[in-house]
Design a protein around this ligand. Structure first.
Ligand code: FES
Length: 617
């Protein structure tokens, strides 16, 4: 920490908040609000004389509120920078700190918030995590029983820099407990709260248990656990060391903790899975190893940075296996628990990787982007005359600006090429390079040129369902040869009119497919597609097309077997419906489907595809 603060190329902005981020890879503009400390950082020597004379004491957040701090304070002794801050909400303006500071004159009550604007090439998000508050788990009595603490609170108590100078004492009587039980997975792996495993709790519980065993060899220590997860280097040996030192491991999640109102001792009721019988243990203190949860401001910051979150609420990486450090916004990287709970070695490794990814960008003068970006036909965009702005609303990257009175504009550097805006534009005013309507339409026409009623036309996204189809092939999963595939970047590009056009041309079945919701590479692409496909299904039914002829499936890159199964099922349905019925349905729906053609005919580049096709009969 000290090295970082002294490094000539590192500017540390503490007590500051990111307010706005604009721009793109290599060229971000970041607005930061520097909050007033009411202490001039350059003059403060961190001597602490001001805090000595301050008459106000409030709970110390760094000590998990187990000890006090003054209204002028540093979070902890090793804080970087070691500069005091006045907690203005609690300060009574007695100005004793001003007198104590003397000639240094570092106190300045006139300070105001300051806005700083930075030009940066890349951004690394390393915002960490919060700890789950176990109060809602009423069965454990946290907040009701004085001697039930979280493991982070317990750690502050036996830390030599903590509020009790390293003495583990129980809050009810300030005595060192003779017995202590840890409860694992509090809030984690619990469908009522967080379903995920917080990953590091097993090892940090064992670390605390070992430290306490070394400090207090006679202390009776038990750990209630579901299963010990010790996959890191040397972790299993560490676990075995704890067992050998006499720490008791009981496999079972406690059902209830109760308190003896006189002694304040605690009774833990659990089922010992190994013994297959209920156990009750009396201890003087309980420590709850709570889940790691996303930070409170995670949604707000995610919006500022245009990065998405996974179902657990942590920031989502661009790809879990191939781009685990990148986010969907190019030039923004993730490090540490901002991405998900992880232990210190993993955070250090990811931090180094993020720095290396950022250095790749900073070390070159030019950066190449994918050419599959969206493009606005200014003469077709109605935003110049009427308020529209649909494209701006659906773009998950903020790459489109629809200013009133002007045609929409795409910033090609911010555009990731999902194609959602293209599919959603009701005026055919946007196209996507290399995935134009004309190109996709030409594919639909070519694939349905012969015996369309015997074909299954499958629209697939590049990242998941088309990879799933690939996986089916490379894994030699057999499926009927009736399917024909069209790949676009995201299911969001699968325009409703592609599906209608396929049926107009007589397709037997149509499959719209993409990634599972949490896997979509374009933040909200899959969500837009899912809504659109719901509407399409209803419209087709109204047109008289059997509902089973249009199917929507979310298939991951690893689900080759699923892709093969879906096609086999669709093929079986196709056969059971029979060619005659399919033809009859298509014929009945034709007039309505023809109407949709009008849209294509207004577009010269698409009309060309249609008329060439019609010429050929
Ligand atoms: Fe597959 Fe969006 S990338 S659905």
């Amino acid at each position: 920490m000290v090295d970082a603060s002294r490094h000539p190329n590192i500017k540390l902005l503490t007590y500051s908040e990111v307010k706005e981020v604009s721009g793109y890879i290599g060229n971000f503009k970041v607005k930061v609000e520097k909050k007033p400390r009411y202490v001039i950082a350059e003059r403060c020597t961190g001597c602490g004389l001001c805090a000595d004379v301050c008459p106000i004491e409030v709970p110390n957040e760094f000590e998990e509120e187990l000890g006090p701090r003054k209204a002028i304070y540093v979070p902890h002794g090793q804080a970087v920078p070691l500069v005091y801050t006045i907690d203005i909400d609690n300060c009574i303006k007695c100005y004793k700190c001003v007198d104590a500071c003397g000639d240094l004159s570092a106190i300045d009550f006139s300070q105001q918030p300051e806005e700083i604007e930075l030009d940066v090439g890349t951004i690394i998000v390393a915002t960490g995590f919060d700890i789950f508050d176990p109060t809602p788990l009423e069965e454990y009595g946290y907040g009701r029983y004085e001697n039930v603490l979280t493991t982070l609170e317990l750690e502050r108590l036996h830390d030599s820099g903590g509020p009790t100078v390293g003495q583990l004492i129980r809050p009810s009587d300030n005595k060192v407990p003779k017995s202590l039980a840890f409860v694992q997975c509090v809030g984690s792996r619990d469908t009522r709260f967080m379903e995920y495993c917080s990953g590091f709790c097993c090892m940090y519980t064992i670390k605390n248990a070992l430290l306490l065993k070394m400090m207090y060899p006679d202390m009776d220590i038990s750990i209630f656990y579901m299963d010990i997860r010790a996959p890191g280097k040397g972790y299993e040996e560490f676990y075995q060391r704890a067992r050998n030192m006499g720490i008791r491991f009981i496999q079972g999640r406690p059902a209830r903790i109760t308190e003896d109102p006189v002694t304040k001792n605690l009774f833990i009721e659990a089922e010992d899975i190994a013994l297959g019988q209920p156990v009750e243990l009396e201890v003087e203190m309980v420590s709850l190893s709570t889940a790691a949860v996303p930070r409170e401001d995670v949604a707000e910051l995610g919006q500022i940075l245009t990065i998405s979150r996974d179902p657990s609420g942590f920031y989502r990486e661009s790809h879990p296996k191939l781009k685990p450090i990148d986010t969907a916004t190019e030039g923004v990287f993730l490090a540490g628990a901002a991405q998900g709970p992880k232990d210190i070695p993993a955070c250090v490794a990811q931090g180094s990787a993020a720095a290396a990814r950022a250095a790749r960008i900073l070390s070159v003068d030019e950066w190449t982007i994918e050419p599959i970006v969206a493009y606005v036909w200014s003469d077709r965009c109605i935003n110049a005359t009427k308020k529209c702005g649909i494209c701006e609303k659906v773009c998950p990257y903020g790459a489109i600006v629809a200013e009133p009175g002007k045609p929409s504009r795409v910033n090609p550097v911010l555009c990731h090429g999902c194609g959602c805006c293209v599919a959603e534009c009701p005026h055919n005013a946007i196209t996507q390079m290399h995935f134009t309507d004309a190109q996709i339409l030409a594919q639909i026409h070519a694939l349905l040129a012969e015996k369309p009623e015997e074909k299954i036309l499958a629209f697939m996204c590049h990242w998941c369902s088309s990879m799933g189809a690939d996986n089916a092939g490379t894994s030699h999963f057999e499926y009927p040869p009736s399917s024909r595939g069209i790949r676009v970047m995201c299911s969001a590009r699968q325009d409703q009119d592609f599906i209608y056009e396929a049926f107009r041309l007589g397709a037997g079945m149509v499959l719209a497919s993409g990634c599972h919701p949490q896997d979509c590479h374009y933040i909200t692409g899959q969500q837009h597609a899912a809504k659109r496909f719901d509407k399409v299904a209803k419209t087709l039914e109204r047109m008289g097309i059997s509902p089973e002829r249009f199917r929507v499936e979310w298939i991951s890159a690893a689900e080759g077997a699923k892709y093969a199964r879906v096609i086999a099922e669709m093929d079986a349905t196709l056969r059971s419906l029979g060619v005659e019925r399919i033809k009859a349905e298509n014929e009945k729906a034709r007039p309505l489907l023809e109407k949709r053609l009008r849209r294509w005919r207004e577009m010269p580049e698409v009309a060309e595809v249609l008329s060439a096709d019609e010429r050929e009969g």
